[in-house]
Design a binder for this molecule. Sequence first.
Ligand code: DHE
Length: 551
Amino acid sequence: MRRVLQRSAIILGILVTASALFIMGFVELNEQGKYALSKEEMAKASDIYFNTCAGCHGTTRKGATGPSLLPDRIATIPDSQLFQTIMYGKPGGMPDWGRQGVLSKDEINLMIKFLHNEPPAPPEMSMEQMYDTWKVYVEPQDRPKKPEHNRNWKNFMGVILRDVGKVAIIDGDTKELVSIVNTGFAVHILRSSATGRYFYSIGRDGKVTMIDLWMKKPDKVAEIKVAYDARSVESSKYKGPEGDFLDKYVVVGGYWPPHLVILDGQTLEPLKIISTSSYTYDDNEFMRETRVASIVASHFEPSWIVNLKEAGIVWIVNYKNLDKGRVDITALDAEKFLHDGGWDLTKRYFLVAANAMNRIVAVDAKEKVVSAIIPTGNRPHPGRGATLKHPQYGNLWLTGHLGDNTIACITTPTDGNGTKPWQVVKKIHLPGKGGGNLFIKTHPKSPHIWADRPLNPDPKLQRSVFVIDKNSLEVIKTIEIPKEFPGRAVHLEYNKAGDEVWVSVWGTKHQSTAILIYDDKTLTLKKTITGDWVRTPTGHFNVYNTVHDIY
Ligand code: DHE
């Protein structure tokens, strides 16, 4: 095994922030006229763009979830309108960066100038650069052979503390804080290893951190940076006749560079980089920036479903023969702007949002075909969706929307009776105007589905969660979060038993907020986790539910 723990030569280059790298030597500044930017302004604007805009509009500004922000299009929009949009947001999901206090008026004006300039060319990243950031803090042989505590670690909750760059590990039984792990800039999601022992986090800056939950005080055992900008990470979850791959591999999807990186599941050593730059599925236009959106692991074969956003292509990546230097990729034409998604109830079909196309793509991971492309509403945003067996419709998979107030209920194949699959049989209407729903969640033992709405322009709706009855498929309760905690209600996760729902209060890093735990039977607040450390909590992930894809 190649072991290069600390090489210093190139390390400096990779440790400076990605956004700063984007401007180094690549950009021709517009040196004259009212949109001229100094080098310092360009650096600041690139940083802001990377942190707040690139996710939706693309690093190269060609557009995806949000429209193109290239200078020729920007020139057709009055600056006053650009200002309004950045200040107050738009109903389709554009956040109100000014009103939220994320950007000042001066910064908005700076961004308008920036958008009138050509985008900076982003840098590449080599395997060598990845090795230079790779650190193993505790070698596999030195890790605990069994849990060093008596806690019910399968009911641990990993909570992202986004803007302070940490992950909190909370005991789901006792609600005690077990550990806070420094993970680095803006962790986006956590995923569990197949045994549940490890959490893998991925930061917006492409840094992967591996946390061992068996340690007396869970802590990071390895880390590596494999991209400048990333959102997805997943483990290998297959064990069966074709081999035992539990905790063997980790896969990371890059936004920039647009690539897939396969890592060793025990040490995070980089094993393989696969570029995802591709031709679009429909008009065969080359898209250098073909970003990797969601990735899910198959439970029934050694493969991952990988969604290539701009190309509109779904890859099924079989890793069975990776150790022999072979990866088998099946590429399926799907739909453009693939984003987030999850398994159906049977875990054979993966449903993913083609959000800017207002559609959901259903992939049959067994037959390796696209089964259906289903129009659902304005910018579907399922998170991983919610699954249930309905007495009338059979199996259902649900998605909410950024751009309207509906939750679409889609039929999925059902053994025995059930409605024909891939129909939107019901649209549940959330109360009040506008969309802004990001996540929905349920649990097989719960009679409810919960939904948030953090991107709705109405502060009251941003601070509410909505409970839906699984049988009637109607909203039965709107719960406003307690007034004393400033921020929006975001992301929902059940505990292992499926009888409580955790909600984050997403504020700013300057003020602590809370993690709220609701009783799923009485629909009342059961416990509030507070403390100076509770800053910008966003996603929270139960070990058992994440391992088993329960949602
Ligand atoms: Fe996410 C999931 C991308 C904004 C919190 N987010 C995902 C996934 C993708 C993605 C591709 C699916 C990962 C997977 O399953 O493998 N998110 C993006 C963006 O590009 C976007 C729109 C803009 C950006 O600049 O990042 C974006 N996301 C946000 C947020 O603003 C949120 C609320 C807070 C944050 O961290 O920035 C946020 N995203 C989350 C969470 C999940 C997620 C909590 C996992 C949901 C789950 O239940 O699995």
